[in-house]
Design a binder for this molecule. Structure first.
Ligand code: HEC
Length: 120
């Protein structure tokens, strides 16, 4: 009986550790896809956010209280930020009442988050 329980725990550990290496919630792309993706914050990520989000999420008009015109405020809200652009359940999909961003733009952001969301 004890052996079976131990085996179940070992199996559970492997199952959990296999699914644990995802930084972004509901990650769409496998991490190896990110190797060839340009994902600098200032050169690649911030322009997407400036184009698609900052019009409604800036310091003078922070939609839902979120200002996304700088690294620090983006970095402190990464989970909800990614959920909205990924159109996950439980959040209002963004950009607000517009089409979802293209897969390639979402991939740039996802890969940037996967790489630790550096301010580079
Ligand atoms: C046209 C204006 C507009 C644009 C563009 C826009 N937002 Fe929003 N955003 C809103 C409004 C309005 C709300 C509040 C919606 C509500 O509560 O019903 C909101 C809410 C949010 C929230 C909170 C959602 C929640 O469920 O808690 C986040 C996070 C967010 N936006 C991120 C983004 C991101 C990321 C982008 C760019 C991809 C973006 N928004 C683009 C207007 C906008």
């Amino acid at each position: 009986m004890k052996i079976i329980l131990t085996l179940q725990l070992v199996l559970l550990f492997f199952l959990v550790s296999c699914t644990k290496d995802k930084a972004a919630p509901n990650q769409v792309f496998i991490p190896s896809d990110c190797d060839s993706i340009a994902k600098s914050f200032s050169a690649d990520v911030q322009p997407i956010i400036n184009n698609s989000c900052v019009g409604c999420h800036n310091s003078s008009s922070p939609g839902a209280g979120y200002n996304f015109d700088n690294y620090s405020d983006i970095n402190s809200n990464l989970t909800v930020f990614f959920k909205t652009i990924n159109h996950d359940n439980g959040v209002v999909p963004m950009p607000y009442q517009q089409g979802k961003l293209s897969d390639s733009l979402i991939q740039v952001i996802d890969c940037w988050i996967e790489s630790g969301a550096p301010n580079n």
